[in-house]
Write a protein of this length. Structure first.
Length: 186
């Protein structure tokens, strides 16, 4: 399945813009994950980070899903996407539904799953440097796949029938350059 041609003058964003949005999204998600982790540990009275670790991971997966599905299905933009003027739409350029947003969220884990599986299979779980190196290599490979695609779309967008577009805000009306005159004192 390939993406539809660009309609309505919505240009596909460049990879650098998408990568910048990806990094910005990571900063925003740090706060989301921090608050969600605190909430989970408070509600479950978790005293040790290793106790209930799988429950925390499942909870964070759910919280992140709610975050992305909510924003993508209500306006097509997360906070970072709005800052970088990106919008997710379906192949016809329409807003995406909650079901398609949920599918896109699940498919977007393709960014990380190969790297995470490699870390686990190579038993690199105890080396932080190896984990980050493997993650960076996985992300670079995923970016390379987007470079190969004719419309430069990511694999999860191709699978879900969605695409990212550049949506610049409308130009602001210029204020008139007429001088402001003060009323004369009487």
């Amino acid at each position: 399945m390939t993406s539809a041609p660009v309609a309505g003058g919505d240009a596909p964003p460049g990879l650098m813009r998408r990568l910048a949005s990806f990094i910005y999204e990571g900063v925003v998600l740090f706060g989301v994950v921090f608050v969600a982790g605190w909430l989970y540990s408070t509600l479950t009275q978790q005293r040790n980070a290793l106790v209930g670790q799988h429950g925390l991971q499942a909870f964070l997966f759910l919280v992140l899903g709610i975050y992305f599905i909510w924003f993508w299905s209500r306006g097509g933009q997360t906070v970072a996407m709005r800052a970088w003027h990106l919008r997710v739409v379906d192949a016809q350029g329409r807003p995406i539904t909650q079901a398609r947003a949920a599918l896109r969220y699940l498919a977007s884990w393709l960014w990380f799953l190969p790297a995470l599986a490699s870390v686990h299979l190579l038993d690199l779980d105890h080396s932080t440097g190896a984990i980050f190196g493997t993650m960076l290599a996985g992300i670079a490979g995923y970016l390379l796949l987007a470079r190969i695609h004719p419309q430069r779309q990511f694999l999860h967008d191709v699978i879900c029938g969605t695409r990212l577009i550049t949506q610049l805000p409308p130009p602001r009306a210029r204020k008139s350059a007429e001088p402001v005159t003060q009323p004369a004192d009487s």
